[in-house]
Design a binder for this molecule. Structure first.
Ligand SMILES: [Mn+2]
Length: 275
């Protein structure tokens, strides 16, 4: 079992500052690796020894920025080739578009993406831009998207028809609060029917009380414990990767978000490698 961690701190066209969040999470992974390397007593992290690679993309020159999407897709392809599991630490949510595009290239109907996000990222209202942005990128994919299922959104604008153009199913945070057993059962069926599964976490899926470090917080979000229930419902060796995006350390409070995400990443790595 090998995991490739890709730090992809792209944060143009919305939520600038989240690139620093991706880098900080990359540092957290390096810290896990350093601690493991130094540990002489047996520990659970032994499962990670020698099986974790980390790569970091840079967006410091015009050239690096201008072909960000192509480079992103290359990193995804290389990551899948070299490893069994891909952890994508993105800047804004748009930074995950190359991943979704790659996942959509072969037999998109058999790949399930469970997208945890307060928003549906297909916005086209009077005050949103037509240009590619972090709020509409789902409508800008270069090819077919995989089967998209949102969990935890709190959108109050989009009609069901509009949502159905991009999402095979949506389970709102309210659905989860009122009928968690039904949602979890439906997600289990979705995951069982898929050949492979990707988990796409936009940090604002969580309630801002638990994860304040986001630029577009919405109330009534997921609690960390409900998140673990959702994760358990879709988890299996078919999960090929997970992306994290929209963490803005500039808005964090007493490192609450960093702590939550750092713990979650270590938990996920162990969950994958101890299988
Ligand atoms: Mn969002």
């Amino acid at each position: 079992m090998r995991t490739q961690v890709v730090v992809f701190p792209f944060d143009l066209f919305g939520s600038s500052g989240t690139g620093a969040g991706a880098q900080l999470l990359g540092d957290a992974v390096r810290e896990i690796l350093d601690d493991t390397a130094k540990e002489t007593r047996p520990s659970r992290a032994d499962a990670l020894r020698g099986n974790l690679r980390i790569r970091e993309a840079r967006f410091e020159t015009l050239e690096q920025v201008s072909d960000w999407r192509k480079r992103g897709r290359q990193l995804v392809r290389q990551g899948f080739k070299a490893s069994d599991f891909l952890l994508w630490l993105g800047g804004n949510h748009l930074s995950v578009l190359p991943v979704l595009e790659e996942l959509g290239t072969d037999d998109p109907g058999r790949t399930l993406v469970v997208q945890l996000d307060a928003h549906l990222d297909i916005y086209a209202f009077h005050d949103t831009t037509d240009e590619l942005s972090h709020g509409n990128f789902m409508t800008h994919a270069a090819g077919p998207l995989p089967r998209m299922v949102n969990v935890g959104h709190r959108d109050l604008f989009l009609t069901a028809d509009e949502t159905a153009r991009t999402f095979a199913a949506v389970f709102t945070a309210a659905d989860l609060a009122v009928n968690p057993d039904l949602v979890v059962a439906a997600l289990r069926i979705e995951a069982e029917a898929a050949d492979r599964v990707w988990v796409d976490l936009d940090c604002d899926a969580f309630d801002p009380a638990y994860l304040p470090g986001v630029q577009h917080p919405l109330p009534f979000g997921l609690t960390p414990t409900v998140f673990l229930r959702v994760l358990d419902a879709i988890w299996s060796p078919k999960v090929v990767g997970l992306s994290v995006s929209e963490f803005d350390p500039g808005r964090d409070l007493r490192d609450a978000s960093l702590n939550l995400l750092g713990w979650l990443i270590e938990f996920l790595l162990l969950k994958r490698h101890e299988l």
